[in-house]
Design a protein. Structure first.
Lengths: 488, 97
């Protein structure tokens, strides 16, 4: 049975405008769904039902005055728990921030809130956004709504699961190496990583600053465009944010794809990719041809090295960013005989295994004698990856590949093998290194009925292309993306 | 070849307390990860310039206009320990580093 929370934001906006639904009804429907399924999913770390209902009621009162509405107004949202919220606990999925209550709001949330989107809660994630399965949260794993024995992907696994299951209509996540797109792929939702710097990161708790982006998890490509229109554009509080005007990213989304040049990344449908993923992605590419796209193969010669470069650059930046957790100003403090011992113990007991692994990796890669061989060389590989994309985009509008080499894997399956886990991000990492926008759009299912995502990447600031193609494909495929747990 | 790492030295630099089991596991895992990561050296030729930001911005200015900032009480609200308007820490000494 379909409830308001199962509709897309765009459908809900039309119903709100027509007076067929109120924001309070939509918010209550989301909250009911959370109540119904979240003890099984574990998608939320903190719920904010009172403020959500209060906000919705305010909005309903305002809407009766007939004032023009923002397309995001009244549509409930969830935020990954690495985005700070004034007065609402923000943990990063870490013991070290378990009781941290930020004194300010991050810009992306401030903009969603300003557009009238009520917050239903903060979502679970891998600790400090480090992981591809959500098993690295200090507060327990998130489960995939398509199969509760499987991971939702990570690190924005809570946001992806929440949107897939109707607990929120849409959500914000963050993507440093694939952390929006990979969970979107594994949960059967749309995940957008915008151009680096298009969305302000003021109030995003930093992981790897040269790669971190704020992205969207939605149930349609149009919703991703609407959400990006709300959160994107310059912000004087973030000096790395691009100097761009806010624009309506949904404009031109219906233009079709006739004549667009699509490059399929060579090797991305070969070895190391599950047959179910190959088949679904291959079939989706055939549909693009059928809709008039010109499709051929394109080579990113250094893509193989991108993963290696990423696992030097991201941990290096993380080891520096996470130096701030010292037990002095906020967060956990473990007692010690002096300040230094206090610091060692706080960090030793406050951080989980994956975070420690990356801090150690990054500290080593930046240390005297190894800096040039590791970090310095990795920065050169980043140059090569950027050149690869430039060459590919010289005669292609977009490049496509699977988002993830596999569908959702079983909880525990890769937990003891960091290298196997890191390979989950082999197709998503290059876009972070090059700063280009990329989207994951559901494109089919494997034999077990688990969703598969197609990744579409475009040149810097050409989100319009990924939206156009993603939207056309979504309409063409018209997949039923309701997880079986909701059928009962 | 897995890379050999002085785990104790790196943990000291990172200010991380590790137990024996963690040290052993990290020695093995970091060795494997770095062996894979060291492949960056295969293609990073001398004539390739490094890139630290994919989309660099330089000299980002804004008008110097006063804005409300955090109140002292708000800044101290999450302090693990405080004394009046200050963060309080255990005594600072040379040991442990």
């Amino acid at each position: 049975m379909s409830e308001p929370c199962d509709l897309t934001a765009s459908e809900l906006a039309s119903r709100l405008a027509a007076g067929e639904l109120s924001s309070s009804e939509i918010v209550r429907s989301s909250l009911d769904r959370i109540h119904e399924v979240d003890d099984r999913l574990g998608a939320f770390l903190t719920l904010t039902p009172e403020v959500a209902i209060e906000r919705a009621e305010e909005l309903d009162a305002y809407l009766t005055t007939g004032a023009p509405q923002n397309p995001a107004a009244g549509i409930p949202v969830a935020l990954k728990d690495v985005l700070v919220t004034n007065g609402i606990r923000t943990t990063c999925g870490s013991r070290i921030l378990e009781t941290y209550v930020p004194p300010y709001d991050c810009t992306p949330w401030l903009r969603m809130s300003g557009a009238g989107s009520p917050l239903v809660g903060k979502t679970n994630c891998d600790e400090f956004a480090m992981g591809s399965s959500n098993e690295n949260s200090a507060f327990g794993p998130v489960r995939n709504p398509w199969d509760l024995e499987r991971v939702p992907g990570g690190s924005s696994g809570g946001s992806a699961a929440a949107v897939a299951a109707g607990e929120a209509v849409w959500a914000l996540g963050t993507d440093t190496g694939g952390s929006v797109r990979q969970p979107a792929s594994l949960c059967g939702v749309v995940g957008l990583k915008p151009t680096y710097g298009l969305v302000s990161r003021y109030g995003l708790i930093a992981f790897a600053s040269s790669l971190d982006t704020v992205g969207t998890l939605t149930r349609s490509v149009r919703d991703a465009a609407v959400m990006l229109s709300v959160i994107g554009g310059r912000d004087h509080r973030d000096a790395t944010c691009l100097d761009t005007d806010p624009v309506d990213h949904s404009e031109g989304i219906d233009a079709g794809i006739d004549g667009l040049r699509v490059g399929v990344i060579a090797g991305s449908l070969g070895e190391g990719v599950e047959p179910g993923v190959r088949d679904a992605v291959g079939a989706a590419i055939d549909r693009l041809v059928g809709m008039g796209a010109e499709v051929d193969e394109v080579t990113l010669p250094h893509a193989d090295y991108a993963l290696s470069a990423y696992y030097l650059i991201a941990p290096s930046e993380a080891s520096s960013n996470l130096a701030r957790y010292d037990g002095v100003r906020y967060g956990l403090r473990e007692e010690g005989a002096d300040s230094i011992e206090m610091m060692f113990r706080t960090r030793g007991r406050g951080f989980g295994a994956e975070v420690k692994r990356r801090i150690m990796l990054g500290t080593y890669a930046l240390s005297a004698g190894y800096y040039e061989a590791f970090y310095g060389q990795a920065q050169k590989v980043r140059t090569l990856v950027i050149r690869d994309y430039e060459a590919a985009f010289a005669d292609h509008d977009v490049v496509v590949s699977p988002t993830s080499p596999t569908t959702a894997f079983r909880i525990g399956e890769r937990a003891d093998d960091p290298m196997a886990m890191y390979l989950s991000d082999v197709f998503t990492i290059p876009a972070n290194l090059a700063g280009v926008p990329a989207i994951s759009v559901p494109c089919g299912f494997d034999v077990d009925g688990l969703p598969v995502g197609l990744q579409i990447a475009a040149p810097v600031l050409r989100e319009d292309l990924v939206f156009r193609i993603g939207h056309a494909l979504e309409n063409e495929l018209a997949l039923d993306l309701r997880p079986p747990m909701l059928a009962a | 070849m897995p890379v050999e790492i002085d785990i104790d030295h790196v943990a000291r630099l990172a200010r991380l307390e590790l137990d024996d089991e963690e040290r052993e596991r990290l020695r093995m895992q970091l060795g494997q990860i770095l062996e894979h990561a060291a492949r960056v050296g295969e293609v990073a030729a001398a004539d390739v310039p490094p890139t630290s930001w994919a989309i660099p911005r330089a000299n980002v200015f804004r008008e110097d206009e006063p804005e409300p900032s955090l109140l002292q009480e708000e800044a101290l609200r999450n302090a693990p320990d405080r004394a009046e308007a200050r963060f309080r820490v255990p005594k600072i000494s040379e040991t442990g580093s």
